[in-house]
Design a protein around this ligand. Structure first.
Ligand code: GLY
Length: 551
């Protein structure tokens, strides 16, 4: 009887469609662009095209059509799910040692700044693919808000100024970048309007000609010419050969919550499932807070070790996905955790840990049919390579820095590894981007965040909030801590650990390292299917906008 009731309840939940649509993104203009396209008859996939392209215009520090990303899609009518992989590829002229000097040492900054740091962009191809395969509207409609924002301009805010602050010296070195994104060669004042007419024309070319508007013809010629002038190595063959790929998302389960997340070349889904599998053997809710944090940190440490050892582009390396996501494998990892002592990372088999870039962006969309998108997009460091191909408005990524510039060589600790993520022509660099769905019979979450190598642990902490029945506002605002195997320290926001908890963690053998500032910019949606209430929340650390709308 109880079972039957549960089944009916669950079936009713499945039949419901959301009472409103919801969008959470890192910029109010991008959130408005998504709602505009939904109001024009589009679905969540059209809205995702609009939000992605508009973020490329109004949040140029985080993502852009010169970059790439992962779009996790769920189509309601048949429960079809896929991950659209629009990750950048290494140029065909790239090679394993391209960032090393004659002595084999890494040349500082070469994979970070300038045209040589740029992979072949995937975002334009991904937007065309999503619009044509999953959307309802022509690109001329879904790209219209982005084209308008590029032509009319957007107002600089404090966050933009802060991100310029990180990259000012490099931005000043490229006159095209400085002209577009600075004012009198300095960080523009709050309220200054940034107009991007060249980018508007490039977006209009994509709207009219689809992928050919970017990967061939006038725009492609200017991209290649600009890249070569900037010391880069792109060719027309690179642009012709770029392909969007669809990949099976990574799936797992934690205490009845179904997890769907990013597949390689993102490390996010596998690392998340490994951590959840480890944690499912502990009763976290029965632990005191310091023990709970210790236990979560030990799960993070082990998953990040495996990330560095095994993960890379699945089209180039064999990834033991089944093993890494299997509960039996997690049993072994869990058995090595001691509740009374931290495991030194040096006591686990060692590998070099490369860190992913700090910027990037995430947005979440739910439409009233129940279609949904979680998308994390990047040009890597703030303002990417700080290089704009003249006449295109396209700010290039520095995603090549997500490769291991020097795998196999002993690092300062005498550790070797990261071979799986070595540079090779046409290969996609390993990412941490983790767009994620969490689902129970009566609740659904869509979430993700920027934040480089800390992305995965932020999504883990957000998901644990979901597991504890907290609100979406709680997940995006909760203070954060992180461990990534190396460096062997718990990184934490000041509010994440009390003085007593810090002392207790230190007594367990952990090293603590407070982050200088808060990190992440989570954008989340929560649908309570039972009462059809929908929450949308944008991280208070950023200035994004999350809202719901009845179309
Ligand atoms: N560039 C950040 C990432 O892909 O993880």
């Amino acid at each position: 009887m109880v079972l039957l009731f549960a089944f009916i309840g669950s079936a009713q939940a499945q039949l419901k469609t959301p009472s409103v649509s919801a969008i959470a993104s890192a910029h109010p203009i991008a959130t408005a662009a998504g709602h505009e396209v939904l109001a024009a008859g589009g679905n969540a996939f059209d809205a995702a095209v609009a939000v992605s392209a508009t973020l490329a215009v109004v949040e140029p520090a985080g993502s852009g059509i010169g970059g790439g990303g992962f779009w996790l899609l769920h189509r309601a009518e048949d429960n079809f799910q896929t991950m659209v992989d629009g990750r950048e590829r290494a140029p065909l002229a790239a090679h394993r040692d391209m960032y090393l000097d004659d002595d084999g040492a890494v040349i500082k900054g070469l994979s970070m700044n300038g045209a040589l740091a740029a992979g072949i962009p995937g975002e334009p191809a991904a937007l065309v693919h999503i619009a044509e395969k999953y959307g309802r509207l022509p690109l001329s409609t879904s790209l219209a808000p982005a084209i308008r924002a590029a032509r009319d301009g957007f107002a600089v805010d404090e966050r933009y100024r802060k991100l310029v602050g990180f990259r000012l010296k490099q931005m000043q070195k490229d006159s095209e970048t400085a002209t577009i994104f600075l004012h009198n060669n300095q960080a523009p004042a709050v309220g200054h309007i940034i107009k991007q007419p060249d980018l508007a024309n490039t977006l209009a070319a994509i709207a009219s000609n689809g992928r050919a508007g970017f990967y061939s013809g006038d725009v492609a010629e200017k991209l290649i010419k600009g890249v070569h002038q900037g010391g880069g190595i792109w060719s027309q063959q690179d642009l012709d050969e770029y392909q969007v790929l669809e990949r099976q998302p990574i799936r797992g389960n934690y205490n009845g919550i179904r997890i769907t997340s990013a597949a390689p070349p993102s490390s996010g889904g596998i690392a998340l499932v490994t951590m959840f599998n480890i944690l499912s053997g502990f009763e976290l809710d029965k632990m005191d807070e310091a023990t709970r944090i210790h236990t979560i940190v030990e799960a993070m440490r082990r998953a990040y070790r495996d990330r560095a050892e095994y993960l890379g582009d699945p089209d180039f390396v064999d990834i033991p996905t089944d093993k890494l996501t299997h509960p039996f494998y997690a049993d072994g990892l869990r058995n090595s955790i001691r509740l009374d002592h931290a495991t030194a990372s040096s006591n686990l088999p060692g590998v070099v840990q490369n860190s992913a870039g700090q910027d990037t962006t995430h947005f979440s969309v739910l439409d009233q049919e129940g279609n949904r998108v979680a998308a994390t997009l990047s040009i890597n460091y703030p303002f990417g390579a700080t290089f704009t191909a003249a006449g295109t408005g396209v700010l290039l990524n520095n995603e090549m820095d997500d490769f291991s510039a020097k795998p196999g060589a002993p690092n300062a600790y005498g550790l070797v590894g990261a071979e799986a993520n070595a540079i090779a022509p046409g290969k996609r660099p390993l990412s941490s981007m983790s767009p994620t769905f969490l689902e129970t019979d009566d609740r659904l979450a869509i979430l993700g965040t920027p934040g480089g190598s800390r992305i995965i642990t932020m999504v883990l902490l957000g998901a644990l909030e979901f597991a504890a029945n907290k609100t979406a506002a709680d997940w995006v605002s909760r203070p954060r801590f992180h461990h990534q195997f190396l460096p062997d320290a718990i990184q934490f926001e000041a509010a994440a650990l009390t003085t007593a908890q810090r002392a207790e963690l230190e007594s367990l053998g952990h090293q603590l390292k407070a982050t200088n500032r808060q990190y992440g910019n989570m954008q989340a949606i929560l649908w309570h299917k039972a009462n059809n209430q929908i929450e949308a929340a944008s991280d208070p650390r950023g200035n994004g906008k999350a809202d719901t709308y009845k179309h």
